[in-house]
Design a protein around this ligand. Structure first.
Ligand code: PGA
Length: 253
């Protein structure tokens, strides 16, 4: 049984003051359901303050939106996974399409980040997804297979159960146009199949595959009903506490 994962990706939003307010209100309103893990990925600058608050409430976890793969050294402006782990970060988003498209991250760089996040005993949330041209020309499944294969190329088979895959079609991110449950479900099933090929059925069955791209309180129930959708990576709709809370409390399958 896979534990659903509801992840807030705040991107470059919420000052530290706003972040602290958000978490305080969330903690007061949250009644945890043991079946879901809730992860907040704030900007780096709020990680420490939130880590102090979050530790006090079981079930709420901290994530980072990115990291570098090196442990330390002359990498001006970068953040090591070791530093994140020290703050009690549990998950790190790796290979988000904004990192790939706006900051030129390559599949090779992403594979190194995935590996180093695992080495630091955190779980990578590996983002993969096709753009609109690729979807319109029938290349979606091929693109997904290639991105996944490269992202996990350095991961030891025995560690595959620790990864999380986020299927995020680029055309659905921040556009208000989510993939339909049918479209997302089909890609998630394909990803599960690829994980079986990379390891075995038992291990592939333990990996959470979450969906991201314009998830909101109105569409989350339907998306979560798909058998291979194990959670959501939420951007815009995670910025307001009430909206996020509605998605945390989505109706169970
Ligand atoms: P969105 O972003 O929910 O605003 O579409 C999702 C993401 O980029 O992770």
């Amino acid at each position: 049984m896979r534990k659903p994962l509801i992840v807030a990706n705040w991107k470059m939003n919420h000052s530290m003051e706003d972040a602290l307010k958000f978490i305080t209100i969330l903690q007061n309103k949250l009644t945890f359901k043991p079946h879901a893990e809730v992860v907040i990925c704030p900007p780096y600058t709020s990680l420490y303050s939130l880590s102090v608050l979050i530790q006090e409430k079981e079930g709420l976890l901290l994530g980072a939106q990115n990291c570098y793969y090196g442990e330390s050294g002359a990498f001006t402006g970068e953040i090591s996974p070791t530093f994140l782990s020290e703050l009690g970060v549990s998950y790190v988003v790796v290979g988000h399409s904004e990192r790939r498209n706006l900051f030129g991250e390559t599949d090779e760089l992403i594979s190194k980040k995935v590996q180093s996040v695992l080495t630091c005993n955190m779980q990578p949330i590996i983002c993969i997804g096709e753009n609109i041209n690729e979807r319109n020309t029938g290349k979606t499944l091929g693109v997904i297979a290639n991105q996944l294969k490269q992202a996990i190329s350095l991961v030891d088979k025995t560690d595959l159960g620790k990864i999380v895959i986020a299927y995020e079609p680029v055309w659905a991110i921040g556009t208000g146009q989510n993939a339909t449950p049918g479209q997302a479900g089909a890609v998630h099933q394909h990803i599960r199949g690829l994980l079986v090929e990379a390891s075995n059925q038992n291990l592939a069955d333990t990996v959470r595959i979450i969906y991201g791209g314009s998830v909101n309180p109105a569409n989350i129930n339907e998306l979560m009903r798909e058998k291979d959708i194990d959670g959501a990576l939420i951007g815009g709709a995670s910025l307001e506490v009430d909206s996020f809370l509605q998605m945390v409390n989505y109706r169970e399958k």
